[in-house]
Design a protein around this ligand. Structure first.
Ligand code: BG6
Ligand code: MG
Length: 216
């Protein structure tokens, strides 16, 4: 195994919750309905514009293109207000140690996020330097479940997809990893991430040797 490719939102930091908060505020204040945490699972890993489309369909609402663009921008402004307060203390438990163990094992480290805010978040939490490659929403044209983000990561590292393992909290992200021909590690609940090869609640105490043995 030569590379580990990590999703950002929900794997490295708890921003999946901030995305939900900002979309929920938009649904409540502008669209006149609520979105549940369960529905929010459908938004994880999905691009900003596709998330809004899914929310509108969920609420049986249609909007003209101009209003959609304005609402996507508004959601992002609220989201950025939330992430602006982030510090290295917001790195999820187990992540730093797991990245160190990965580095010590000689395995390359990549980021595969469809978020256009990925780079500023990594800077705020102080871990840009930990990544050999960063693929974010500014470098891709298709969100997850399309495999583009992970295939690009493997390509930039010059490593074959089957030698990569994807770490994901999203159903769409697990599908993207599988479609890229990679092994997938779910971070979250096994009932939700049914298609993942293996699922952990978080990266605390995850041992690389044992993980690779379970995967191969
Ligand atoms: C993903 C999140 O990482 O990025 C999605 O899981 C989000 O919820 C997507 O919609 C796009 O993010 P952004 O920051 O560019 O709106
Ligand atoms: Mg995620």
């Amino acid at each position: 195994m030569k590379a580990f490719l990590f999703d950002l939102d929900g794997v490295i930091v708890d921003t999946a919750h901030f995305h939900y908060q900002a979309w929920r505020r938009l649904a409540n204040e502008k669209l006149g309905f609520d979105i549940s945490e369960e529905f929010n699972e459908n938004l994880k890993g999905v691009s900003r514009t596709e998330s809004l489309e899914r929310i509108l369909a969920h609420g049986n609402t249609t909007l003209d293109e101009g209003t959609k663009a304005a609402y996507a921008t508004l959601k992002n402004e609220w989201y950025v207000e939330l992430i602006n307060k982030m510090t290295p203390d917001d790195i999820l438990p187990g992540v730093k140690v797991f990245l160190e163990k990965t580095r010590q094992s000689g395995i390359k480290i990549g980021l595969g996020s469809v978020s256009k805010n990925a780079k500023p978040i990594l800077e705020k939490i102080g871990i840009v330097e930990d990544f050999d490659v960063i693929i974010d929403g500014t470098k891709i044209s298709k969100g997850k479940p399309d495999p583009e983000v992970f295939l690009k990561g493997a390509q930039e590292l010059n490593i074959a997809p089957h030698e990569c393992v994807v770490f994901e909290d999203a159903v769409a992200g697990i599908e993207a990893g599988k479609r890229a021909g990679m092994k997938t590690v779910g971070i979250g609940q096994a009932e939700v991430l049914k298609e993942a090869d293996i699922v952990f609640p978080n990266l605390v105490n995850v041992e690389i040797f044992e993980l690779l043995q379970a995967l191969f």
